[in-house]
Design a protein around this ligand. Structure first.
Ligand code: AMP
Ligand code: FE
Ligand code: FE
Ligand code: ZN
Length: 279
């Protein structure tokens, strides 16, 4: 039995609907899956229903954008209460920041003589947590760039003409928010940022786990983070980080986490929920 604990849908920058994601999960024979859209939990109710019909265990989740020591970090929150009022208020704030950032990026593009309209990006994104991939897709759709990669390279990457920094919460605030919502906090794809120096501080802040298995982790990288998990007594997770068809081939099915790790995640969530209820 295997799980994929890192998946995106149309509710952030993926291309699958929750139902399509579940159909793909079924094709790959997954026993459990987690939906981890960026800064939102909007897709969770539909994904839960689709999983129920497909006989797949559903783990509600989100991927929060955070920072520590000036580095962008992604914190996965698992088994959170997706109706928690404070969580929803904080997410709404992030979503407003993301929407304003789209407008700022479009203004910068226009100043660079690229005639894109913000409404075109919002229409294409059709979600509350739009991001740079939606701007890139709109640029390609309008014939202003030839590919998503070109859009990032020419305009959207850090220090390019349309780059706008994004407001981020601190990693410790993200961990605290996830715990407040009764969830388990996991550092996403540490091999992408390679900022191992921030791990002890995050453990201090209550980090529960680390994503050792990820599409972009080599075997050596996975082993490195398994050792770190062992050293800091962290849970081990893994997922494909599939964004549907937006980055070429869908990645779902490329990372298969043994189910025993899901069992441990659920035990920790029970502890976190009990602690949240006490506070
Ligand atoms: P944002 O959260 O708006 O800053 O956008 C970040 C998203 O952009 C991440 O989910 C990445 O997967 C995606 N991304 C970053 N660089 C590229 C690239 N060169 N091509 C396609 N997608 C990218
Ligand atoms: Fe993404
Ligand atoms: Fe991420
Ligand atoms: Zn992700």
């Amino acid at each position: 039995m295997f799980a994929d604990l890192h998946l995106h849908t149309q509710f952030s920058d993926g291309t699958y609907s929750p139902e399509e994601m579940v159909t793909e999960a079924r094709r790959h024979d997954l026993a459990a899956l987690a939906l981890t859209d960026h800064d939102t939990v909007e897709g969770c109710p539909r994904a839960a229903l689709a999983c129920q019909s497909a006989g797949i265990e559903f783990i509600p989740g989100t991927e929060l954008t955070a920072e520590q020591a000036d580095k962008e970090l992604h914190i996965l929150g698992y088994l959170i209460d997706v109706h928690n009022p404070r969580l929803l208020t904080e997410l709404a704030r992030f979503q407003t920041v993301r929407q304003n950032r789209i407008r700022e990026m479009v203004t910068l593009l226009n100043q660079a003589q690229v005639p894109l309209k913000a409404d075109a990006v919002f229409a294409l994104a059709n979600c509350r947590a739009p991001g740079r991939p939606h701007v890139a897709r709109a640029l390609v759709q309008a014939g202003l760039c030839s590919s998503l990669d070109q859009a990032f390279e020419r305009f959207l990457k850090k220090n390019r003409p349309a780059w706008v920094p994004k407001f981020k919460m601190s990693a410790s605030a993200a961990i605290e928010l996830i715990h407040h919502a009764g969830g388990v906090a996991v550092m996403a794809h540490p091999g992408l940022t390679r900022s191992d120096e921030v791990i002890p501080g995050m453990v201090e802040a209550g980090l529960d786990g680390i994503e050792c298995f990820h599409t972009k982790h080599s075997t050596a990288t996975a082993e490195h983070y398994l050792e770190i998990a062992d050293r800091f007594h962290l849970l081990v997770t893994g997922g494909s980080d599939c964004h549907g068809l937006s980055k070429g081939k869908p990645l779902i099915g490329t990372v298969k986490l043994p189910y025993q790790h899901v069992e441990k995640l659920k035990l920790r969530a029970e502890e976190r929920k009990a602690a949240a209820a006490r506070s």
